[in-house]
Design a protein around this ligand. Sequence first.
Ligand SMILES: C[S@@+](CC[C@H](N)C(=O)[O-])C[C@H]1O[C@@H](n2cnc3c(N)ncnc32)[C@H](O)[C@@H]1O
Length: 412
Amino acid sequence: MAETADKTKAPEVWRREMVEALKAPGALNGMELPARLERALLEVPRHLFAPGADLEAAHSPFTAVETKQDERGVALSSVSAPQVQAMMLAQARVEPGMRVLELGSGGYNAALIAELAGPSGHVASVDIDPEVTERARKLLAEAGYPQVQVVTADGTDGLPEQAPFDRIVVTAGAWDIPPAWRAQLTGTGRLVVPLRMRSLTRSVAFQRRGERLVGDSALICGFVPMQGAGARAEQVVLANGDESVGLRFDDGAPADPSLLDNAVRGPRTEVWSGVEVGRQEPVMGLQLYLATHLSGFCLMSVDPEADTGPVRPSNPYFSMAAVQGDSFAYLLVRRTPDGEDVEYGVHAFGARGAELADEVCGLLAAWDRLHRGGPGPQITAYPASTPDEELEGDTVIDKEHVRITLAWPKGA
Ligand SMILES: C[S@@+](CC[C@H](N)C(=O)[O-])C[C@H]1O[C@@H](n2cnc3c(N)ncnc32)[C@H](O)[C@@H]1O
């Protein structure tokens, strides 16, 4: 019965349900859905931008619709999930009459921006892939947004011929912030970008202040990777000598991964930290805290079908981990006896395994004491030439074009 009813549901009804899901507490990682964005989401016919998908898939609030894959089946282009688009556009704060540049096209997000910028605004969308721009141009015209200018180019360069922009919204995963993005913003412009820092991607909303970009929110998200001049692959270390245990490093991958060969086969140290978190509690801050305080930080994924011996994480696809010399550790969780919370623990291996486990537990305790439930770090991007003494923050992540600092609020 339900299925028949779904098939007869009009697109407007699907959109209304999608918007209700986006208004649920926590759906946008703490952002509120602004009223004008809600109206845009109700107005733009999302299904017209995902012609291959059925209405349910096209309106699924938390799922992207893939539109292009590479030869290995890895997504290259998609209509992003409504949740991610709503979150980033809430961060962007597009006002009527603004000039907005979207980097990474699909059509739908640009149509939402066109609604927000209104008839006196200007929207341009750049994609590196001519197939994507051709499709986006056609779908935008068919859906009633022919005014959006779709350009085929590498978004690393922005769109100098149409600059400056009040807002730049990047919709592919970036490792760096190329100079063009800052230079093409107006003096008070905002840049929203899914930025990879130590393997963790956060949609960071930056406000331009002169040569600096000052972040005011950083929310968890996932994106297809940037191609072209800004492409930067992570380094993957195969810890078991085969593909069963993979460790992804953004920077600082071990020079000699063979040191780990014996470590991953045991013996294993298991330590429980006593730090418990609610099953729905946001741990975005904890992840960034460990990523920036634990040397050798990386992300581990294991093949759930393979025999990985003593390496048995609680989540095979995503575990925070660290490699230090011939020693290695990863975090895991177990349910607390009442089933309400989970407790963090550590599995550690190698000659310094026990020390490494202690270090991880110490960091978990420090986060719990000083930063848990807090606003997260202040993220700022400075030009790469900025000397150390002009940086404000506890941690520096050096990219090619910018130096990113994270300043953690001082705890009680
Ligand atoms: C997630 S899709 C964009 C989704 C789109 N904004 C929407 O309406 O949902 C990411 C796009 O970024 C594009 N892309 C990747 N690297 C790029 C680059 N250097 N410059 C411009 N576009 C790029 C890909 O071709 C892909 O189409």
